[in-house]
Design a protein around this ligand. Sequence first.
Ligand SMILES: Cc1cc2nc3c(=O)[nH]c(=O)nc-3n(C[C@H](O)[C@H](O)[C@H](O)COP(=O)(O)O)c2cc1C
Length: 187
Amino acid sequence: MKINKYRKPENHIENFFYERWSSKSFNSKSITKSQIFSLFEAARWAPSSSNSQPWKFVYATTGEFREKLNMVLNPYNRVWASKAPLIILVFSKNHTDGKENRNAKFDTGSAWMSIAIQAKIMGMNSRAMGGIDLHKAHQVSGLSKKDYSSICAIAVGFSDDDGNSTENIPNSRMKIHEFIMDSPIIK
Ligand SMILES: Cc1cc2nc3c(=O)[nH]c(=O)nc-3n(C[C@H](O)[C@H](O)[C@H](O)COP(=O)(O)O)c2cc1C
């Protein structure tokens, strides 16, 4: 796999963590209902604050509703993501037991990552998109802004892109020491 040319872990981890990457290229293979539900099953087991499970996924594969989801995407994302067999809008619930849930978006991020990893393990490609029209996401889903925050969309499908195209290549990462601290900053 060409991805190993771009991504070299510094420490031992399972391959799927660094071999997962967000291609923008999808082939014509469709996705089955059972595959879709395996993705949501993975999300289901994500950890969340007080087990509140504040995520909500609105999805479509084909048909009129899918056209509507495509129109939620910004034009630059719509160009490539329209080819994906599955689009998911991601929302997080604003309140748990009547109180503002400040961890809801963090928890919803955990659920997205479970989807991304499960997709990778099943030989699929996924790419999240913050480039969406948040207002339209609420409109098409019917989920109110009072109860839910619109976070992003996800395109999922199959890709023949093994990281060898020049247009969109797997990126790398900062070094671990750039994002951890083992002592406080002394001022
Ligand atoms: C919340 C979120 C929003 C993103 N928004 C976009 C987007 O609007 N368009 C796009 O092409 N990629 C988008 N991406 C993909 C990121 O650019 C990509 O995940 C990042 O560069 C790391 O690359 P990798 O996923 O291949 O490891 C988004 C990713 C995340 C997690």
